[in-house]
Write a protein that binds this ligand. Sequence first.
Ligand code: GNR
Ligand code: NI
Length: 173
Amino acid sequence: MAKLEILEFPDRRLRTKAQPVTVFDAHLKQLAADMLETMYAAPGIGLAATQVDVHQRLLVLDVSEEHDAPHVLVNPEILHAEGHQVYQEGCLSVPGIFADVERAGKIRVRAQDIEGAHFELEAEGLLAVCIQHEMDHLNGKLFVDYLSPLKREMVRRKLEKARRQAEPQAATA
Ligand code: GNR
Ligand code: NI
C-alpha cells in the first residue's frame, strides 16, 4: 500500500474529465487500496481518482464513524435524484475551506465494483452528498465552483497565502 499525493486547487489537472474504467485488473485493485489508505490518512470521507492525478472514473468513500464501511464505485452513474439538502462541504483538494452547497437529497446510483460487477446503491444524507461531491471531481468540478466568482477568488488567495506561509523560510544570518 502507498499513500498518494493529493492535487490542490487551483491545479489545472483537477479540471480533467476522467475516462471510463475498462480494465478490472490487479493494478486497479492496488489503486483503490492506495486511494482508501490516502483517504483515511488525510483524514477524509471520500476521494476521487482525479484528486490523485489518475483520470479514470473511480472513487472511494467511507462516511462511517468507525472507518469500517469502505465503498469503491467504478464508473458511477446517477439513475435518479430527488429532493434537496444543504451541507457544509470541505474538500481535501481545497484544504481549510468550508462552504454550504445544495445537492440532491436522495440518489440512486449504478456503478461497478472493483471486479467489474454492476450494482445499485440508494443513498441519502451525508453519503449522498459525498457521492455527488466525488462524482463532480470525475467531471473536473470542485465544490468551490458552486460559490460566486468573488468567493472563489477569495478562496484561491487564501490558499495561496497559506502555501506561502508553509514554505520553509530561508535562513537569515
Ligand atoms: O473529507 C471530505 N469531507 C466532506 C465533507 C462534506 C462534504 C464532502 C466531503 S468530501 C471530503 C473529501 C474530498 O475532498 N473528497 O473529494
Ligand atoms: Ni473533494
